[in-house]
Design a binder for this molecule. Structure first.
Ligand SMILES: [Cu+2]
Length: 197
């Protein structure tokens, strides 16, 4: 038992491999900010009201991770000691002010996993919940990646539409057609669990 524990622990705390994705997880009273270093996407959140009613899960901060990629978490705290815990990651690590604790995982399963703060950190400690969403890794958040095409497509459709108002009705039709395509594409992407940045 000790051997297995020691072996797994060594594997989880090994951060010598170069990660594909680095996420700076910032714990704060009482929520989480997720900063995606490579893609330059920063998401901050405010405290979630635990009403006990259905639908709260949708308001929780979401940690987006690609499947089958090596992710390194850099854990920092803005105030007191918290603890970053997604049970399926087999690792629970303290988030300490003034210190950056790190660990790596490579999620192998698609889906939504519950995460929480595992250190009593004050009055609303129990509200420090989040969701880890593991989705297909289709490119990073680059200019032409699936994550960023949407605003571009909408802008292009709108431009054609307005140009159409000056040029002729046939261009308006084309603009509307493209706009509809963009909307349908975005909805399709959304339901596939893709990430919108
Ligand atoms: Cu906490």
């Amino acid at each position: 038992m000790f051997f297995l524990t020691a072996r797994d622990e060594a594997a989880l705390t090994d951060i010598s491999a170069k990660p594909d994705v680095t996420v700076n997880v910032v714990a704060k009273q009482w929520n989480w900010d997720f900063n995606y270093i490579e893609s330059g996407a920063y998401e901050s959140s405010t405290m979630v009201a635990m009403t006990g009613k259905p639908g709260v899960a949708a308001t929780l901060p979401a940690l987006y991770l690609p499947v089958n990629k090596r992710v390194e978490f850099v854990l920092t705290s803005r105030d007191v000691i918290h603890s970053f815990w997604v049970p399926q990651f087999l690792e629970k690590l303290d988030v300490v002010p003034g210190k950056a604790n790190r660990f790596q995982v490579a999620p192998t399963e698609l889906g939504t996993f519950q995460g929480k703060c595992a250190e009593q950190c004050g009055a609303y400690h129990s509200a420090m919940l989040f969701q880890a969403l593991i989705s297909a890794a289709e490119g990073e958040c680059g200019f032409f990646s699936p994550h960023s095409w949407w605003p571009l497509a909408v802008a292009a459709s709108a431009a054609i539409l307005f140009l159409g108002l000056a040029v002729g009705w046939w261009l308006v039709i084309i603009g509307m057609f493209l706009a509809a395509l963009a909307v349908i594409g975005r909805i399709y992407e959304y339901f596939r669990g893709m990430r919108a940045v």
